[in-house]
Design a protein around this ligand. Structure first.
Ligand code: BES
Ligand code: ZN
Ligand code: ZN
Length: 492
């Protein structure tokens, strides 16, 4: 699929469909752009009153003797309530009408809006379309697939092709993450993630990759990563990707992503209804790869190092055992009270290793870390934990701008006492349901050097959906990629 841009509607080419946006007016829907040759049809439909311009409402009309064969009326809701997220969702709703149809070229009329000055409107519209365009249908027989056939979306009312192309470039990162998350756990192993990282490095000379294998992880004494990996039939990997977009600067953001390629829970086995989506437990790792890919595609002028600890959390005679104590890379010891709290263990070693190797300016970790984050926030917002006010505020703003909303949670030291152990420096889980996502964050904080600004994003609720929602048609959302790219842009 590609985007074209066309300055004015009279210059547009023939197409299978034209998408035309409307506001919900006081009495009738009101067009939010001009196209003189379509006025007649528009008047007819609007006056009939069947189409009211509500958010995401669509109505398809057939045209004769016009540049397009069809006209899709698209509602944006009331003008004063309009947000960029409404634009994304509405244009995604329009795109859904194209699914399974043999339409190759679609003209898209951009709404004229005074609310935003720059290319925000163009970006939101193209983002809604591009995000929604992603499907994961490879496992279905041809006759059961319902693909999009559109090759070209011509955006009418702009000359800024660069902005639309940038959206597409960032989406390559989002879709890389989505593909890896949706893929079978049997295929998407730690080795597979390492291979994907190497592929990125081959494609982009600004990316450097190193992979520690099991032997090297043993030599580094990453006791927590090894503990989780002990029951797995496939070897763990510790993947490092360095992207130097601003080699002259010392500023470096470290992105750490949880890469559990399947989470059975280990000996504290997950029950039915809790285990089925656990191939998505590497969504943090996928997002970290997606961020590196997107940054390289848009040549972001910043330095990033991504660290991905990856393993399966499997059930086996060799699985690590509840009650046992393991020593972390940093030296702190951990009593394993629950083998299903494995994400924080592998992250702890990756965080400590990454800090000792790279001394980053700031740290962002992403993880499908706790069911408690899903209970607290559902699929609408990721849980944000941060030890730095300014960075937290920037992240919240990045969330508003991208529609990848976050909600800040506390890091009060009192929560830490819930992890006190009689036999080790701490337990890996409190054994209580109370404040589950907070105690997980407190655990991670034990492995963050004082004064290093740090963001922890618990994306357990947002990374992997069991239904289609807005512009996410199949399961994996790529949660975190657009958010972090936006945040890195603010920081650079
Ligand atoms: N991978 C899960 C968290 C999860 C749950 C992700 C639902 C996506 C959807 C994590 O490893 C886990 O099992 N956490 C436990 C921790 C508990 C044992 C302290 C949980 O949240 O129940
Ligand atoms: Zn788990
Ligand atoms: Zn997990």
């Amino acid at each position: 699929m590609k985007f074209e841009t066309i300055a004015t509607s009279d210059k547009r080419e023939k197409a299978d469909l034209i998408i035309f946006p409307f506001f919900k007016g006081k009495k009738r829907a009101e067009p939010c752009a001009a196209a003189s040759d379509l006025n007649e049809v528009i008047k007819l439909v609007v006056e009939a009153g069947d189409f009211t311009g509500k958010k995401e409402e669509t109505l398809l009309a057939y045209l004769s003797n016009k540049k397009e064969k069809r006209l899709l009326f698209l509602g944006l809701g009331e003008e004063k309530e309009l947000t960029l997220e409404t634009l994304r969702r509405s244009f995604a709703a329009a795109l859904k009408r194209c699914r399974g149809k043999n339409w190759l070229r679609v003209n898209v009329v951009l709404p004229k809006l005074n609310k935003w000055e720059g290319d925000e409107v163009l970006r939101a519209v193209s983002e809604g379309i591009a995000l929604c365009f992603y499907l994961f249908e490879g496992w279905k027989s041809k006759e059961n697939q319902k693909p999009f056939h559109v090759k070209t979306f011509a955006l009418i009312g702009t000359k800024n092709k660069k902005a639309a192309e940038k959206v597409k470039a960032i989406l390559t990162g989002v879709n890389l993450a989505r593909d890896l998350i949706n893929g079978n756990a049997l295929d998407v192993t730690p080795q597979h993630l390492a291979d994907e990282a190497r592929k990125l490095a081959r494609r982009h000379p600004m990316i450097k990759v190193t992979v520690l294998n099991k032997k090297q992880i043993e030599k580094e004494k990453m006791g927590l990563l090894l503990a989780v990996a002990s029951g797995s039939s496939v070897d763990p990997a510790l993947i490092t990707l360095e992207y130097r977009g601003n080699p002259k600067s010392d500023d470096l953001t470290m992105v750490v992503g949880k890469g559990v390629t399947f989470d059975t829970g280990g000996l504290n086995l997950k029950p039915t209804n809790f285990i089925e989506d656990m191939r998505g437990d590497m969504s943090g790792a996928a997002a970290a790869l997606g961020v590196i890919q997107a940054a390289a595609e848009i040549k972001l002028k910043t330095n990033i190092v991504a660290i991905i600890p990856s393993t399966e959390n499997a059930i086996d005679a060799l699985s690590y055992k509840p009650g046992d104590v393991y020593r972390s890379y940093l030296g702190k010891t951990v009593e394993i009270t629950n083998t299903d709290a494995e994400g924080r263990l592998i992250l702890a070693d990756a965080l400590a290793y990454g800090q000792s190797r790279f001394a980053p300016t700031r740290i962002i970790d992403l993880a499908t870390l706790t069911g408690a984050a899903v209970v607290a926030l559902g699929t609408c917002r990721a849980a944000l934990f941060c030890n730095h006010e300014k960075l937290a505020a920037l992240c919240e703003r990045a969330g508003e701008e991208t529609g990848e909303l976050v909600w800040r949670m506390p890091l009060d030291s009192d929560y830490k006492t819930m992890l006190d152990s009689n036999i080790a420096d701490m337990k890996n889980s409190s054994g209580k349901r109370a404040a589950g996502s907070i105690t997980a964050a407190m655990f991670l904080q034990e492995f963050i050097q004082k004064n290093t600004p740090w963001i922890h994003l618990d994306i357990a609720g947002t990374a992997f959906l069991d239904h289609s929602e807005h512009y996410h048609l199949t399961l994996a959302t790529g949660s975190g990629v657009r958010l972090i790219i936006n945040l890195l842009e603010k920081l650079s």
